[in-house]
Design a binder for this molecule. Sequence first.
Ligand SMILES: [Zn+2]
Length: 253
Amino acid sequence: MKTLFLFLLLIGAGFEARAASQVDASRAEARELFARLIAFKTSKGLGQVPALATYLSEKFVAGGFDPKDIHLLPLGETASLVVRYRGKGGTRKPILLIAHMDVVTANPADWVRDPFILTEENGYFFGRGTADIKNEVAAFAANFLRLKREGFVPKRDIILALTGDEETAQETTRDLVENHRDLIDAEYALNGDGGGGVIDEDSGKAKLLYLQGAEKTSVTYSITAHNPGGHSSEPRLKNAIYDLADALKSLQG
Ligand SMILES: [Zn+2]
């Protein structure tokens, strides 16, 4: 009895040790992924987004994803990457996770540290894209790989869509919506780029992560006023300038 108990205890300890080492391995993999992503100079004009997308694609294939569910979609010097994590099937529409692979331009001369080398100092990460938004790309990709490895099958498909020029023209986003809608059609999207994480100051533990569901954007209107007019030396009380002013004033809430 005692032997059996000890045996069970050892098995239990073995499971725990294995679970802990798996967590450590997954974290190390995520960290490595993050560093590799930062090293791709994916600013506008440098043409490295497709290389980053290829690197991730190869990771997904090696991680057991069907190549048919991985779509690298070049567009000019940049690209999008769409990966579908197959669920159990059924009628539920997929959930879409979005982020972008490009970063704002970074001139190394303006930086204290090399912007394209992931540097960790005093608990902080430095490098272009560490906060916008290769951190999220790494988190999404690492979790896809970990969950796949653990045999997780979601109730519905989960789609990861990474665009390649969010910081500039956003043509890859338009291309996905207009030309590849079937790949990204989902019940709703969660945007890793609109939110952020909160860490407990005392314990250092992760508390929550905000994900954005929608974003308002700007729109430009051009307003033209038509009026019979007259000569400016004898301005009429009813004229196009006043009509336009009335129109603008009426926008005031
Ligand atoms: Zn961003």
